[in-house]
Design a protein around this ligand. Structure first.
Ligand code: ZN
Length: 297
């Protein structure tokens, strides 16, 4: 029996003696944090939450200390561009317009695909600490995120995958959010793949399922008879990691000409972080010091 734990975390498991990789996560708290930071409407909370949850799979799969992954989704919908970043279990997200409101779909669900749009693509940039990052791209299928990430894994990483992500909200409150990733590994038998497909309706509405039972119990239930073995648990959290030093670097990277222009305007500069809305103010004297540093660089 898998030990029950609450709070945001990612569980990594195998089925059938390593023939299948499974990841399941609870992302309720981080989705609530995203909703609060961005004053997001329910449909935008669901959109950003689903994107962040799926990005968490990619983040937890990366092994190196300073590796990170950035997923950018441009679907042509009213939310504009969405960006999620994972540094292992540290996640953050932003969108051009997180206050979009849309009517519910005919089936009563939030219209996430409508808010994100489905006419475009998602790109995945993995910074592996090497000179050249890994960049993968795929076309969006529905803008609902689950199927779009499944498409990305299958097309761009040649790894067939089933992805289910969900965010259940009641007004401003995120009741439950989480996700499930299933990847049959090379050599997995057709019997097992058939079994997984047969069971897939059970985890289609994942956030609702997670309100009924602890995730560990759901895993045991869904994969009964398939020998689920827990390999690893990773805590997840919403964490930005921006700092004044990083903002200084961003200003320096503008170059001397741009900096000189800011100094001449003599109004200082105020930089805001898109992910946490942290504000960083620089006086004209600060900018002059940065100009000095830019000249030395
Ligand atoms: Zn920040």
């Amino acid at each position: 029996m898998i030990e029950r734990r609450s709070g945001d975390e990612m569980l990594r498991l195998t089925l059938m003696d390593g023939q299948v990789r499974v990841m399941m996560c609870d992302t309720t708290q981080m989705c609530q944090r995203a909703a609060d930071i961005h004053h997001a409407t329910p449909v935008c909370t669901a959109a950003m939450g689903r994107l962040m949850t799926a990005t968490a799979f990619l983040g937890v799969m990366m092994k190196g200390e300073n590796e990170s992954v950035t997923v950018t989704v441009k679907g042509g919908g009213p939310m504009g561009t969405l960006v999620a970043v994972a540094n292992h279990g540290d996640l953050k997200v932003c969108a051009d317009d997180p206050q979009v409101e849309l009517p519910l779909r005919e089936d009563g669900k939030l219209d996430v695909g409508g808010a994100i749009g489905r006419d475009g693509r998602m790109s995945v940039v993995k910074d592996l600490g090497l000179r050249e990052p890994y960049i993968g791209q795929s076309e969006l299928v529905s803008g609902e995120m689950g199927i779009d990430f499944a498409q990305y894994f299958t097309v761009s990483e040649q790894q067939p995958s089933l992805v289910s992500v969900g965010v259940l909200t009641n007004g401003d409150v995120v009741l439950k959010a989480g996700g499930l990733l299933i990847q049959p590994l090379p050599g997995c038998s057709d019997d097992i793949i058939d079994q997984l497909e047969l069971r897939s309706p059970m985890f289609a509405n994942i956030s609702r399922e997670m309100t009924f039972a602890p995730k560990e119990e759901l895993l045991e239930d869904w994969f009964r008879g398939m020998d689920p073995v827990l390999l690893e648990r990773t805590p997840l959290r919403y964490h930005c990691g921006c700092s004044r030093m990083r903002m200084e670097k961003a200003l320096i990277s503008l170059g001397r000409k741009e900096l000189q222009q800011l100094i001449d305007e003599d109004q200082g500069a105020e930089l805001g972080c898109h992910f946490c809305h942290g504000q960083y103010a620089f006086t004209t004297q600060d900018l002059k010091d940065l100009f000095e540093r830019a000249s030395r660089a």
